[in-house]
Write a protein that binds this ligand. Structure first.
Ligand SMILES: CC(C)(COP(=O)(O)OP(=O)(O)OC[C@H]1O[C@@H](n2cnc3c(N)ncnc32)[C@H](O)[C@@H]1OP(=O)(O)O)[C@@H](O)C(=O)NCCC(=O)NCCS
Length: 128
């Protein structure tokens, strides 16, 4: 069982195996519960996006993606955390790192596509 403060690393996937683990978590959290096929967790923007994972004990436990739909705007999508690791600050840590990345790319506005299941998370970040 994870401790209340798991040690995790934030890292961008680089190898084929790392991308595979990254897309697998996306699929398991965001697509499998709705019987969506493998592959549906990816879109045409993957190669031009910035990807970040949280890795704990060599397992990908959290993922998010940043892409830029217009020159000054960033958009965060595919935010997912393994249920065993929820409410440990993992999505928040990844989001903060994506904010830093967006800023370094000169983006001035960051959008987050949210499902109803993420409203509590969004309220926390918007309202503090
Ligand atoms: C939404 C999700 C990414 C949040 O990840 P997480 O790592 O658990 O989030 P954090 O621990 O960083 O949460 C930070 C704060 O957001 C709020 N929050 C997070 N999940 C919440 C929930 N289910 N209900 C209410 N508030 C929530 C809390 O205020 C929390 O702080 P606290 O735990 O100290 O109270 C994760 O629950 C998930 O993957 N859900 C299923 C997939 C999904 O809905 N993805 C979003 C698509 S837009």
């Amino acid at each position: 069982m994870p401790s209340s403060s798991p040690t995790f690393l934030l890292q961008s996937p680089g190898t084929e195996a790392e991308f595979s683990a990254y897309f697998d978590l996306r699929w398991r959290i965001l697509r499998q519960p709705w019987q969506q096929p493998r592959g549906s967790e990816q879109d045409e923007l993957e190669s031009s996006s910035f990807h970040l994972t949280a890795v704990c004990d060599q397992q990908v436990v959290g993922v998010e993606r940043l892409h830029s739909p217009s020159p000054k705007t960033g958009q965060v999508r595919y935010m997912a955390v393994s249920p065993q690791f929820s409410r440990r600050g993992i999505a928040s840590q990844i989001l903060m790192a994506l904010e830093t990345q967006a800023s370094s790319q000169g983006l001035q506005e960051l959008r987050l596509n949210a499902r109803e299941t993420a409203l509590g998370f969004c309220r926390h970040h918007l309202l503090g």
